[in-house]
Design a protein around this ligand. Structure first.
Ligand code: GDP
Length: 485
């Protein structure tokens, strides 16, 4: 190992440029300090400001987290229904729901919001969120403990009376030209539910306005639901911009850093990842990840298979195969490629594998094709199913080149952790035709915010932020969405 000569090579930098803190017990979480040794793509360096902010946030999580006097006081306050005048600690609880990709993006979004607003992040342990990851913060827990006073919080929806949007609509909270205030005769509530889901209303989305953030600051407990990556929306809040500039001078690497900081596979999942990687992927000269997002009831699609092969050939990711009778180059093991296919179905993998078994490659490259599981149907929240899904996302993130299915949060998480811009297979408008081009390179590795606010806070009218903000663009895979570039 040449790490003493090249200490900053990707696989030598076990703390990812200071993103991770040293001193955790290594046996409780092998992935935390081992994952860098599996990475070959160069990592982005976190800014020194981000590193110092993470250390102070860890201290906040310890000082105010579960088990502390401050936490118990805050629970008392929540039970009383009224916000304390100047609470010692404030909290944001992130609801965990839908697929694992959605849950990871929701948690990362809530974490950045927590950092920006000095709140403690607590993760709803439902849907297996307590059995997939290691703790990210030393000497405390990020999981919301049992017995939370808002018993039905996981069922909060767009109709919940305590949602910020409904409090605005029902004038419990008054928005005016110079900001927002609680109605004079109503005390600041102890908590608000922030509904930033795909079905958020205009009032719910006023969360992304500075005046509303000033009011939200006075509410000790926030419960947040999103199924998306709301971070581009946080970049639209004027009050956050200066801080975000310092935290993330490279705006296309926000999730890259947040993801690598927060999401360490627990030891069981890490076993799934490393055994698979070491057995099937490690020895190849290059690894290509192909994420084929299909749905349970969908028939096998020869068009999608053709889209994948045309894309990988056209972009030079995988070699063409020869027809029978064409002259064959000697096979070269030195030029081996391993393809990692992830999908709920095995058909695409079978076809690719057969193609490279039954035909020689035009380049003499040796291509092996692998797929860890084919679960057939999505069963989010089921333990072994989620373990496999998380392991496969992580395995994709250890490949050198990624081909992903557009609009999939599963793929977004993989590309961000990997630190690569994927080749995206777009959904054809007419599902019976292979789109041309079959895929194109994403403009950045950032996830797309699928349902961003469309309302300008100051102008109070519909507006398109991609027109004014140079580092925010519409997503190629979801044209109404927004992403950082
Ligand atoms: P999205 O729906 O594509 O945005 O991704 P999500 O991760 O949020 O939800 C899809 C869920 O379906 C995953 O969490 C898995 O439970 C399952 N799933 C989809 N594709 C795969 C796959 O390639 N491998 C495995 N193991 N599970 C998958």
């Amino acid at each position: 190992d040449l790490c003493f000569l090249h200490p900053r090579a990707a696989h030598c930098d076990r703390l990812y440029g200071g993103l991770l803190v040293d001193g955790f017990n290594e046996d409780s979480c092998h992935s935390r300090y081992q994952s860098a040794t599996y990475r070959r793509n160069p990592s982005r360096r976190p800014s020194p400001y981000l590193v110092s902010k993470l250390r102070s946030h860890e201290a906040l999580q310890r000082r105010c987290g579960p088990g502390t006097a401050a936490y118990n006081n805050a629970l008392e306050q929540l039970r009383s229904g009224k916000s304390a005048a100047s609470p010692e600690c404030a909290y944001v609880v992130s609801i965990s729901y839908r697929g694992i990709g959605n849950r990871i993006l929701a948690a990362a979004s809530a974490f950045l919001y927590a950092v920006l607003t000095g709140r403690v992040l607590l993760i709803d342990p439902g849907n297996e969120m307590d059995d997939l990851f290691c703790e990210p913060f030393p000497n405390t827990t990020w999981l919301l403990p049992p017995g939370f006073p808002l018993a039905g919080y996981t069922n909060f929806s767009v109709d919940t009376a305590e949602s910020y949007g409904n409090m605005v609509r029902n004038k419990v909270i008054i928005r005016s030209d110079d900001g927002v205030a609680a109605a004079a005769d109503v005390p600041t509530p102890a908590f608000a539910y922030v509904h930033l889901n795909y079905d958020a209303t205009v009032e719910d989305n006023s969360f992304f306005c500075g005046g509303d953030q000033r009011l939200l600051r006075r509410i000790q407990w926030l419960v947040m639901r999103t199924d998306s990556y709301i971070v581009p929306g946080l970049f639209l809040v004027l009050e956050f911009q200066e801080e975000l500039d310092m935290l993330f001078p490279e705006r296309d690497a926000v999730f890259h850093h947040l993801g690598r900081y927060l999401f360490h596979p627990n030891n069981h999942v890490w076993g799934l990842v490393t055994r698979y990687y070491d057995t099937y992927l490690a020895s190849a000269r290059q690894r290509i990840g192909v994420q084929v997002r299909v749905f349970g009831g969908m028939p096998e699609s020869p068009e999608l298979l053709e889209q994948i092969t045309t894309c990988t050939h056209k972009e030079g990711l995988l070699p063409q195969v020869l027809a029978a009778g064409e002259p064959i180059l000697p096979a070269s093991r030195a030029k081996s490629k391993a393809v990692l296919v992830t999908s709920l179905k095995s058909w695409y993998y079978e076809k690719l594998k057969s193609m490279y078994w039954e035909h020689a490659t035009a380049t003499g490259e040796v291509v092996s094709v692998h797929q860890p599981s084919h679960e057939e149907y999505q069963r989010s929240g089921a333990r072994s199913h989620d373990h496999k899904a998380w392991a496969e996302i992580y395995l994709l993130s250890l490949t050198d080149v990624l081909v992903t299915s557009g609009r999939s949060t599963f793929g977004y998480v993989a590309q961000g952790l990997a630190g690569v811009r994927p080749w995206v297979l777009y959904k054809p408008a007419n599902s019976s035709a292979v789109p041309d081009p079959p895929c194109s390179r994403d403009v950045s590795m950032e996830p797309c915010f699928h349902k961003p606010p469309g309302h300008d806070c100051r102008l109070k009218q519909w507006a398109d932020p991609s027109k004014d903000v140079p580092y925010i663009q519409h997503c190629d895979d979801a044209i109404w969405g927004l992403k950082l570039v």
